[in-house]
Design a protein around this ligand. Structure first.
Ligand SMILES: Nc1ccn([C@@H]2O[C@H](COP(=O)(O)OP(=O)(O)OP(=O)(O)O)[C@@H](O)[C@H]2O)c(=O)n1
Ligand SMILES: C[C@](O)(CO)[C@H](O)COP(=O)(O)O
Length: 227
């Protein structure tokens, strides 16, 4: 039987509107290195045989030339052009996968992902077909009813905050992405759910933050300096 590869599709094809910087946030520096360099290196460090498909914005493909040679294993990285939405960027990355694999799909702007979480996701995906990291909510939560102009408290124990790497057997995630794009696809779990797969949640990590707004950069810098 063909051995199962480990492949990470790292999506960094966005433009970072909410960050409001002069370049896409994945290229901003964190502790002196581009965010995307931290993220890719985290996967290279976690798994000896990892192959990385790095999805970048078309207009910034050249930025890869500055980053790749600085990684510990530059040879294991393939650069792919991103799409109009995160879904399309993931789809472009998945189109590169032919062999049986455990496929990690990870936000390029979650640079603090740990080796422990990557391994936990891999083990659960091998057992359940998919592994989706999730953390508990820590604030009170209210649902809005705009038409009635009211809001109501909900039980936060019934909700989880979802992270990446969302991890799958290739035979599940590759065919799932043949579906037509739908605006409700905010992550990969929503895509496999539509094809009838049960989503398997695993414990995520509080520190595995997504750098979305300027404050997140400050938090990430602090977490990195105190780790
Ligand atoms: N067309 C897109 C949009 C997003 N992403 C990636 O998906 C991850 C999570 O998306 P998000 O944080 O929303 O990034 P942006 O789309 O860049 O941010 P914004 O929504 O603020 O513009 C990021 O690593 C981003 O680069 C992508 O690969 N291709
Ligand atoms: C995939 C994700 O990071 C899981 O929390 C999230 O859905 C991405 O959302 P965004 O609006 O594209 O940042």
């Amino acid at each position: 039987m063909q051995a199962r590869k480990n492949i990470a599709v790292i999506v960094a094809g966005g433009s970072g509107q909410r960050m409001g910087a002069d370049k896409p946030k994945q290229f901003l520096h964190l502790s002196g290195l581009p965010i995307i360099q931290h993220t890719v290196q985290a996967f290279l460090d976690a798994l000896e045989d990892i192959e990385i498909i790095l999805v970048l914005p078309k207009a910034h493909l050249a930025m890869a030339a500055a980053i790749i040679p600085k990684l510990s294993k530059p040879g294991s990285i393939t650069i792919i052009e991103g799409g109009a939405t995160r879904f399309h960027s993931v789809k472009n990355g998945l189109a590169q996968i032919d062999d049986p694999a455990v496929v990690f799909i990870h936000d390029g702007v979650r640079p603090l992902v740990s080796s422990q979480l990557i391994h936990s996701c891999r083990e659960h995906a091998l057992k359940y077909g998919n592994a989706i990291p999730a953390i508990p909510m820590k604030d009170s939560v209210r649902q809005l009813f705009p038409e009635e102009g009211i809001n109501k408290a909900v039980n936060r124990e019934h909700y989880k905050i979802i992270q990446t790497p969302q991890t799958f057997l290739s035979e599940i995630i590759v065919p799932a992405f043949e579906t037509t794009y739908n605006e409700s696809f905010t992550d990969e779990a929503t895509v496999i759910e539509q094809t009838g797969h049960a989503v398997h949640l695993v414990d995520g990590e509080e520190g595995n933050i997504k750098i979305t707004r300027p404050l997140d950069l400050i938090i990430a810098e602090s977490l990195l300096n105190n780790s």
